[in-house]
Design a protein around this ligand. Structure first.
Ligand code: PEP
Ligand code: MG
Length: 581
């Protein structure tokens, strides 16, 4: 049994079997085996080589017509390698001698062979080393269940253990079967964490090297509440966690009773609790949790399709569906494309940025690629006739950028008007406040828009200079940093002075501990993954605004995030015995 501590990214306690999902550059795992495992390890090897043989034959049949003779011969030589008795004998003898797993023994044996080939000083034989590596990689893929597998193909309940996930991996994975997510990389506000919360999948991230320790089929416990992972638990631990998992499900059931109740403080202030969504399908879940509409629709996930960007009509259909569902239910805030930074679309233009987080992303990209922006803007405006739709620009850093975006919106409106296409003429336009410069001049920006939404995920990243996805510095990523709290308070005050409402759609808004502080600061709307909405509602319904304001007055005098965190959690625990955080 081994215990690991990481970042708790999405709540829940699950027990299941590991599905090790490794990318090709990842280290081959190395672990001890018992002498009685030798036969089964050899069997895995033979099975994997058989599959590679089949793959190669298939490649040959499909491609033979276009394949030049020489290429075809290479594939033949690959196949010969797989059945070379010398190679297989060496594998078996290394397996017996070193008593390590077959993936590692294979790599080691190949390195021995390559050493010998290189000594031969024949260019032909040296070239064959590439083929050897190629075949080895193919076998490894099968051994590590990577044969053409995507997370979308998983067909039994598993807990995915991996180095890192691309947003497209997370977006397309089979959510019915993936019960837990465990990653080497990532912090609380990385995109994997955000999606895991959106899908309600228990997750622990930032574990650095768990992929070196876990093997497919191992039993694993994921405690997303505490950020703990236990690999191959002993019986006692297993029984303890089965009980904890049962209690957690009970607790969730309890919380779900709040879905039907409104979010009103003890002294009667109605607070808007909205949902963040990444995919149009999530809208149903939003309705289940009784949210006050959608406060952030991250539209970039519509752009992650393997088939390329969505057309104007496809985007129009996706936005309209969501807007219709939310009609009379609080409406929808659609954020325009926030590509780049940590939202990397493979092979996309922005992926060459040397410093993506400070680079060509979000509104900067859209204003430079107006062809792409225009398609989206038209689709959003067209969808606005179906309900209450608000439009929001991400990553605004200053007045000029905002004015350019507003001008572009106006131009698109005129275009649609000339074409006789209907849209909501009074559509509300807001911006995300997620760049410190925008927070600092929020008094100026507030006069130009209808609402603000504070994006703490990026605001904290840029204020504290801490990459939100980097597990090594996750300890610095704190909502309660006094510098962050001052900026948030300033934005809320400036918005109210200008008479506009201010929401928050960063993950901080969904943290029950932070919610009481934000309430005391006067935040008008909280937007979060719908799975955490009941926990925040529980807090809102249990406090009075004046006591939250007093809490804020105390907190704003404090100098360190640790002191603030301890003070706020003490304050909450003192008041509520049965609050579930
Ligand atoms: C944010 O930065 O807080 C935010 C909500 O946007 P994203 O997480 O998509 O960058
Ligand atoms: Mg952001």
């Amino acid at each position: 049994m081994k215990k690991f501590k990481g970042v708790s990214a999405s709540a829940g306690i699950v027990i299941g079997k590991v599905f090790l999902y490794l990318d090709d550059n990842l280290k081959v795992p190395k672990y001890r085996i018992n002498p009685e495992d030798i036969d089964s390890e050899m069997e895995r090897f033979h099975l994997a080589t058989k599959k590679v043989e089949n793959d190669l034959k298939q490649i040959q049949t499909h491609a033979n017509s276009q394949m030049v003779e020489e290429e075809s011969r290479f594939l033949d030589s690959h196949m010969l390698m797989l059945s070379d008795p010398e190679f297989i004998n060496q594998i078996e003898s290394n397996l017996k001698g070193f008593l390590r797993n077959i993936e590692w023994i294979l790599l080691m044996t190949v390195k021995q062979f390559i050493g010998t080939l290189k000594k031969a000083e024949s260019p032909y034989l040296v070239e064959r080393t590439v083929d050897l590596y190629d075949v080895t990689q193919r076998i490894h893929r099968h051994l590590m269940f990577r044969e053409k597998i995507s997370l979308a193909d998983i067909d039994k309940e598993v807990i995915v253990v991996t180095h890192n996930l691309m947003p497209s991996d997370t977006a397309t994975m089979n959510r019915q079967m993936v019960k837990g997510l465990v990653l080497n990389a990532g912090g609380k506000t990385s995109h994997t964490a955000i999606l895991a919360r959106a899908f309600g999948i228990a997750s622990v991230l930032g574990l650095t090297n768990i992929t070196d320790e876990a093997r497919s089929g191992d039993t694993i416990i994921v405690d997303g509440n505490l950020g703990t992972v236990i690999l191959n638990p002993d019986n006692e631990t297993l029984i303890e966690y089965e009980e904890r998992a049962r209690k957690w499900l009970l607790h969730e059931k309890q919380l779900s009773k709040l879905d039907k109740l409104s979010s009103v403080t003890l002294d009667g202030r109605r607070i808007l609790l909205r949902a963040n969504i990444e995919m149009p399908e999530e809208a149903d879940q939003v309705l289940v949790h009784g949210a006050d509409g959608i406060g952030l629709f991250r539209s970039e996930f519509l752009f992650l399709k393997p088939s390329g960007f969505s057309s104007e009509d496809d985007q129009y259909v996706a936005y309209s569906d969501v807007v219709r569902k939310m009609k009379d239910k609080g409406g929808v805030t659609i954020r325009t494309l926030d590509v780049g930074g940590d939202k990397i679309i493979p092979d996309f233009e922005t992926s060459d940025d040397k410093n993506p987080l400070l680079g060509w992303r979000a509104i900067r990209f859209c204003l430079a690629r107006k062809d792409i922006f225009k398609v989206q803007m038209r689709a959003i405006l067209r969808a606005s006739v179906h309900g209450d739709l608000r439009i929001m620009f991400p990553m605004i850093s200053g007045v000029e950028e905002l004015e350019d975006a507003l001008e572009f919106l106006d131009e698109t409106r005129k275009e649609l008007k000339n074409e006789g296409i209907l849209f909501d003429e009074n559509i509300r336009v807001g911006i995300m406040i997620e760049v410190p410069s925008a927070a600092i001049i929020s008094d100026i920006l507030a006069k130009k828009v209808d609402f603000f939404s504070i994006g703490t995920n990026d605001l904290i990243q840029y204020t504290v200079a801490v990459d939100r996805g980097n597990e090594n510095i996750a300890y610095l990523y704190k909502y309660f940093h006094p510098g962050v709290l001052r900026l948030i308070k300033m934005v809320i005050d400036n918005a109210h002075d200008a008479g506009i409402p201010v929401a928050m759609c960063g993950e901080m808004a969904g943290d029950p501990l932070a919610s009481v502080v934000l309430l005391g600061m006067g935040l008008d709307a909280f937007s979060m993954s719908s799975s955490v909405l009941p926990s925040v509602k529980e807090i809102i319904r249990s406090v009075r605004v004046d006591e939250a304001e007093e809490l804020v007055a105390e907190v704003m005098k404090m100098s360190s995030f640790q002191k603030i965190e301890d003070y706020v959690s003490g304050w909450i625990n003192e008041r509520f015995d049965n609050i579930s955080i």
